[in-house]
Design a protein around this ligand. Structure first.
Ligand code: GAF
Length: 390
């Protein structure tokens, strides 16, 4: 099964705009979801990640208005949400999905920009709660719309930090820079190697079709259990460990120093958290070496090792994702791992292009045997980042 083409979602955004506001939008802006090939919970440790943008998009149809107010309608809700400067300037006042929109307005204002009032209609094919960065997609699409509508001077390489601030400081989620970077800076046919400390990037060719391969993304449909609290706890644990080790961030613990560093940590749990981050950074760099050499099929074992590290050391997987990984590997996947923040979400499996149906069926059977809700498999390929459609 292939992802829905972007035209459908763009048409829905336009229809929503016409119905809510009357008339035509001044433009439409689209931003993708992302999948992370490898490098989990390394971004807020100043480390390395290797995500790519997905062919599933969020589209914002918008027009400016003369007063400093923002009205947003989304497919997620019947009624639009309206807010003004007083709501925006007090982080947390706008809640739910609209908080991501208010957060972008807030972050732009906090950076000194005069943000135009706007009417926006949002449609999305990026599933919410599946760990595919639906939040970064709406942030990026809204940001692009407001920058264009207001004629703001804001180079795109500054967009990821700004969108991250919206999420960290307005919405209150202590996430890193990976998702916003992937959905803004992603390039078609490439995976994005990002140094999360310097924000330097390398676009690495990642042509699955040329290699006769495919990437299957399987929505585990596991309900997110305590995801927000557990994510924040992992982050705190990593930051405490870095302080104990006397380094700015865990990125500064080299793989060759790991054995010497672990005994300095106070308990087994912290040692396992650190081991995950340090080995995961190395797996990202090793994956990048293989991709540069065009050896896509060879990254499979690194993906599977990443999953084991998340399961055993970082403890962020749940039975549904572990079973999906096991079933995909048993059905012949070269490698498989959970992708994203954890506690549910999606599993990706690197497979022969011809094996998509068989691997998806194997996972579905394993789920049925355990009484899990049916998984949602889809094949994906790297697409470009945020863009103006028209
Ligand atoms: C979530 C966060 F938003 C990212 O910043 C990243 O930490 C990821 O979890 C885990 O790698 O998607």
């Amino acid at each position: 099964m292939t992802a829905a083409p972007p035209a459908d979602v763009a048409a829905r955004a336009t229809a929503g705009f016409r119905q809510r506001y009357g008339g035509e939008p001044a433009g439409r802006w689209a931003a993708p979801g992302r999948v992370n090939l490898i490098g989990e919970h390394t971004d807020y440790n100043d480390g390395f990640v290797l995500p790519f943008a997905l062919p599933l998009r969020t589209v914002v149809a918008a027009t400016s208005r003369n007063d400093a107010r923002w009205t947003v309608w989304s497919e997620l809700d019947a009624a639009p949400v309206e807010f003004g400067p007083a709501d925006v300037d007090e982080p947390g006042r706008v809640t739910g999905w609209a908080a991501y929109v208010a957060g972008v307005v807030w972050a732009l204002r906090a950076a000194g920009h005069t943000v135009p009032g706007a009417r926006l209609a949002v449609a999305s094919d990026v599933p919410v709660g599946a760990g595919l960065s639906s939040s970064a997609a709406i942030e990026a699409a809204v940001l692009a719309a407001l920058v264009d509508l207001g004629g703001l001077h804001l180079p795109t390489d500054r967009w990821p930090r700004l969108a991250q601030r919206a999420e960290n400081d307005y919405v209150g989620a202590p996430t890193g820079i990976m998702d916003q970077s992937a959905v803004i800076r992603g390039r078609s046919g490439h995976a994005l190697l990002l140094d999360c400390r310097t924000e330097e990037i390398e676009q690495i060719p990642f042509d699955l079709a040329l290699a006769g391969l495919a990437m299957l993304v399987i929505d585990s449909r596991a309900p997110h259990r305590h995801a927000d609290g557990e994510y924040a706890a992992r982050r705190r644990s990593c930051e405490r460990a870095a302080r104990t080790l006397g380094v700015p961030a865990l990125r500064d613990v080299n793989i060759t120093d790991l054995d010497a560093a672990l005994p300095k940590l106070p308990d087994d749990e912290t040692r396992r958290r650190v081991r995950h981050v340090v080995t995961e950074d190395q797996r990202v760099l090793d994956t990048a070496v293989l991709l540069r050499a065009g050896l896509i099929g060879d990254v499979g074992p690194l993906l599977t090792a990443s999953h084991a590290s998340m399961r055993d050391d970082f403890e962020i997987t749940v039975p549904e994702v572990d079973i999906a990984v096991e079933a995909a590997l048993a059905a012949g996947a070269y490698g498989a791992r959970m992708t994203g923040g954890g506690f549910g979400g999606c599993v990706l499996a690197l497979i022969e292009a011809s094996a998509a149906d068989a691997v998806a069926a194997a996972v579905a059977t394993a789920y049925a045997e355990r009484g899990f809700a049916a998984p949602g498999p889809v094949t994906v390929f790297p697409t470009g980042g945020v863009t103006r459609l028209d």
